[in-house]
Ligand binder design. Sequence first.
Ligand code: SD4
Length: 333
Amino acid sequence: MGNRRKFFAKAMLGGAAVMSGRLPLGRRAGGPMVRRVGEPIVVSTWDFGRAANVGAWEVLRKGGRALDAVEQGVRIPEADPDIQTIGYGGLPDRDGHVTLDAAIMDDKLNCGSVMCIEYIMHPISVARLVMEKTPHIILVGEGALQFALANGFKKQDLLTPKSKHDYEEWLKSAHYQPEVNIENRLGGKYNHDTIGMLALDARGDLSGACTTSGLAYKMHGRVGDSPVIGAGLYVDNAVGAATATGVGEEVIRICGSHLIVELMRQGASPEAACKEAVERIVRRSPAKAAAIQVGFLALNKQGEYGAWCLQKGFSFAVKSEKEELLIAGKSNY
Ligand code: SD4
């Protein structure tokens, strides 16, 4: 069996016990071993997380900060024109604007985010500057763009010919319905969505980053969960970190990432905490939950990681000194 298939198989095996509901919160469902302090690790959402993790690892392996690692890591998919869900090449909103959301959070509850920013390839770096250079946490739209330009970012057209073409095709029916794994159906090179990345550095400090072009063909001005601190991303250096992907409205409703960190604080494993967050979404509306995708990924202070999602098809990538994995997220459906 190839490595990739082996890892997927392992993930599915571990899932059987959890899905049967026999494990209460706080018990570990198999999962990776606890690592020693000083062993860095990075985890991130979807297949494109593998390439992003390599960028983050360059920082971590030299003893760099988790904060620098997550920024460097997610800049890789932000700059990739073939990824139609993040940064340059992202699919536009229904009016043809590529609007980006991003958030970053460090080990001291410092955080920064930009919402609905246009023309800037690396919103994550703007979010970091909001965190470090302003008394604020969030800048939106035109104000975020002005701030970026004043700080030396270049204004660029982010709509690639491929995304323009797909948008024009979509305009023919202009039917708006967030679909499960929609980008896969649109024939994108990568199967989905937002990158959320969480890292633990050699000092034992955690940070996280989350960046996206949001749901394709959303209403102009719509902001998802990704730049909302506590929804798409949350980091508490005493406990752990979590991030989200999928239909952001459902993640915001339950303050998904913050919820997961609080569940880990009470003793839940990363996977069990992610599963409980998904189940809150299901409990609210089983019918709706069956038709959308949401996935959560978490990393705790000990370097243990776990994920859970609504639908099959979510993957997450892991990189440490010892491991380089792509793992299938366990799911409800
Ligand atoms: C959003 N959570 O804007 C993001 C996008 C995403 O699957 O991950 N879609 O709602």
